[in-house]
Design a protein around this ligand. Sequence first.
Ligand SMILES: O=C[C@H](O)COP(=O)(O)O
Length: 259
Amino acid sequence: MTHRPLWIGTSFKMNKTRAQSVAYATRLRSELGGGVPGVRAFVIPPATALAEVSLALEGAPVRTGVQNAHWADGGAWTGELSVPQAADAGARIVEIGHSERRAHFAETDGTVRLKVGAVLRHGLTPLVCCGESAEVFARGGSVEHVLRQVEAAFAGLSGTRGDEGLGRALIAYEPVWAIGEHGREPRPEDVAPVHEALAAEWGDRVGGVLYGGSVTPGNAADLLRVPGVGGLFVGRAAWDVEGFLELLRVGRRHAGAMA
Ligand SMILES: O=C[C@H](O)COP(=O)(O)O
């Protein structure tokens, strides 16, 4: 049986200068050489550093991405960034619908769907974030909540894995209660039901389903063993490049064990 490569990546969120981002990329490039067997690495720096980081990683086995993009190709949208602009700066991945954007910047299922359409239209990979609040988790509504978010994100799109359309998309399941410095580290059994449901509904239709939220080198192997988890999307633990390299090593060991 062949296994799909694991996707392991990080978003710097609103952190790092251009110089810090490029230093990170340069170190990553020199450490990774030809790549990490069984793993597809990606880095999503702040937009200010995207072009330089993409150049620093040109030809290296690391994709770059952008943390958000507008659905229009251009126009009077002050403060926004379009998918063609992100692609021009080297992005191959566009993160969409992170819970911080849903909570603080009025991102809705409707705007997520528009953005997914724009990203696919331009041949990039949408990385669609989904996840339930602590309240929804506590009342046992996680699976229903997440499936509804993902259904809305991909409404009307079709395709199978490997296709040029939806098959290129990635899903990141990031329970809101697990994200960030106030998040709670999940137990594998906390996130297993949603991953099982996502694998059943979407596993054959998208490029991969990642887990995100309080991932560390210490819990990464256990989280990768949750059925349906096809990678990790990491914040804090990967902001130091040594942490990211350690997570990539965990991914390589997991991929090797599954081969
Ligand atoms: O984008 C990444 C996620 O929001 C996870 O963040 P975290 O690893 O710092 O909890």
